[in-house]
Design a protein around this ligand. Structure first.
Ligand SMILES: Nc1ncnc2c1ncn2[C@@H]1O[C@H](COP(=O)(O)OP(=O)(O)O)[C@@H](O)[C@H]1O
Ligand SMILES: [Mg+2]
Length: 148
């Protein structure tokens, strides 16, 4: 069977997120955190990955129908890609602002909706890409550098 060529060995894993289900909200970021810890990554790398993953995961649970998190560990970077099927974000610049939130009462009662998620994702990422299509969904790509 053909195996694609690569100049390095990378580790990849995907995780499913169910929109609207707060019972499992946070489980993907907890899993990714323990994988990275077990692989002995530096504490700041683990922390940054856990934060950006947690915030994106909560957003998928809060606002989308379903999503997937793709974790890729390369020699120099950890990449966390979060893709969802959902309403999309009408104004990304506005959504990125500190304190901007459209969270409803139910989400706020659970302690979410401070409007800091996307802002923190961007600040804890070494590279951050966000794209969104109205009525279709949203894709985030966060890259965390592993400094040797
Ligand atoms: N995956 C998503 N799908 C649709 N809208 C989103 C998504 N993520 C974020 N948003 C929108 O961007 C706003 C800001 O998100 P965020 O900074 O995480 O703050 P919060 O989740 O506390 O509202 C949300 O209130 C929501 O309107
Ligand atoms: Mg959020």
């Amino acid at each position: 069977m053909p195996v694609p060529e690569t100049d390095h060995i990378s580790y990849q894993r995907s995780f499913y997120i169910e929109g609207g289900n707060f019972n499992y909200a946070g489980i993907v970021s907890t899993s990714i955190k323990s994988i990275l810890k077990q692989m002995d990554f530096p504490g700041d790398v683990v922390r940054k990955c856990a934060i950006v993953c947690y915030e994106s995961e909560i957003n998928v649970v809060s606002y989308a129908r379903k999503g997937v998190v793709n974790l890729t560990i390369n020699p120099d970077t950890v990449q966390i890609e979060v893709i969802d099927e959902g309403p999309g974000i009408p104004n990304i610049d506005q959504a990125m602002q500190q304190g901007y939130s459209t969270a409803n009462q139910k989400i706020r009662e659970m302690g979410f909706g401070a409007g800091m998620g996307l802002y923190n994702i961007k600040s804890y990422s070494d590279a951050f890409i966000i794209s969104s299509e109205l009525g279709k969904g949203t894709r985030l790509l966060m890259t965390i550098n592993i400094k040797k």
